[in-house]
Design a protein around this ligand. Structure first.
Ligand SMILES: NC(=O)c1ccc[n+]([C@@H]2O[C@H](COP(=O)([O-])OP(=O)(O)OC[C@H]3O[C@@H](n4cnc5c(N)ncnc54)[C@H](OP(=O)(O)O)[C@@H]3O)[C@@H](O)[C@H]2O)c1
Length: 215
């Protein structure tokens, strides 16, 4: 059994999720930040890759500004080689943090290390493990490689995208990084469930299409 997986991210009109330098930029508007924090408050776990921890240093907590008396979902980081720095905000002890790795050869403060996979994290093993610990609803917040892996391995049950009204250009990181499709059969089709306006942007909700090209 696996948790219900919701991927959530904000992207530009040309499908980019950070600046060309890899640095984080504000793509969400206030309405979207509120929606994201409410969504965080409704899940059991929030997951990011080590790339996002190293570039953005998110705390993955819920701001009282957006949600009164917030819950504290478990924070989950995928980090095959335990590259996480000890001063990362996800290690501040404000809520539980689990690091999935392929090794367990050092102590990391305020984090539980769990091993799944040999070269990089085996997502199915990790999802199974999370479910067995009571994580029934999981929010995946990025970045490109993590989103790409979840989509490519058909592990997302829902994808929510805030489309921000900016173009960023070709060298900024794509929303989902995986091997580029070279033929129609390699494209991954999604079903559009809803489209709505959110302030100056657009909110898109997608689900996997019943007939996916990659299956
Ligand atoms: N706009 C948004 O909503 C948003 C949200 C979050 C992040 N971002 C942006 O995303 C960018 C970071 O993306 P990123 O691709 O560099 O990093 P990432 O997706 O956060 O993390 C990728 C790393 O996770 C590890 N990993 C372990 N198992 C994996 C698996 N099965 N599949 C994929 N990765 C696995 C790998 O490193 P190891 O091999 O070392 O484990 C991999 O390099 C930043 O620029 C950030 O600002 C944007």
């Amino acid at each position: 059994m696996k948790p219900f997986v919701i991927i959530n991210f904000a992207m530009s009109l040309d499908g980019k999720i950070a600046l060309g330098t890899g640095e984080q930029t504000k793509l969400s508007n206030e309405e979207d930040f509120k929606r994201v924090h409410e969504l965080r408050n409704s899940v059991d776990g929030i997951l990011v890759g080590i790339g996002t921890v190293l570039s953005d240093n998110p705390s993955l907590t819920i701001k009282e500004k957006y949600v009164k008396n917030p819950r504290n979902p478990v924070r989950i980081v995928l980090d095959s080689k335990l590259r996480i720095p000890e001063n990362a905000k996800v290690l501040d002890g404000r809520s539980k943090t689990i690091i999935y790795s392929t090794v367990n050869n050092k102590k990391i403060p305020n984090a539980e290390i769990r091993v799944c996979g040999q070269d990089r994290i085996n997502l199915k093993c990790m999802l199974d493990d999370l479910y067995s610990m009571g994580i029934k609803k999981l929010m995946v917040e990025g970045g490109s490689r993590i989103i790409g892996s979840f989509i490519k391995e058909s592990l997302a049950d829902k994808i929510i995208i805030f489309v921000s009204p900016y173009f960023m250009g070709p060298d900024a990181p794509n929303a989902a990084y995986f091997e580029t499709a070279k033929k129609l059969e390699e494209m991954i089709k999604m079903k559009i469930i809803s489209i709505s306006r959110l302030g100056d942007g657009i909110l898109l909700e997608l689900e996997p299409d019943a007939i996916t090209y990659n299956q």
